[in-house]
Design a protein. Structure first.
Length: 62
């Protein structure tokens, strides 16, 4: 699972060929194994926070 939160400006998130415009204060979540990209969409700078949630790894032997 991947999350993109726009903190300033405007961005366009493209997930599996579909464009999703995002503005400051908006968040989008999608499967991280889906083709995706993010680009600035405004005339000024844009900032975002991107997080990736990975599945748990194998149990540790103690």
């Amino acid at each position: 699972m991947e999350t993109v939160s726009v903190t300033a400006g405007r961005m366009t998130l493209v997930v599996d060929g579909t464009e999703h415009p995002l503005a400051a204060g908006q968040t989008a979540t999608f499967d991280d194994d889906t083709a995706h990209t993010c680009r600035g969409a405004g005339t000024g700078p844009g900032h975002l926070i991107m997080t990736v949630q990975l599945p748990p790894g194998p149990a540790r032997a103690e």
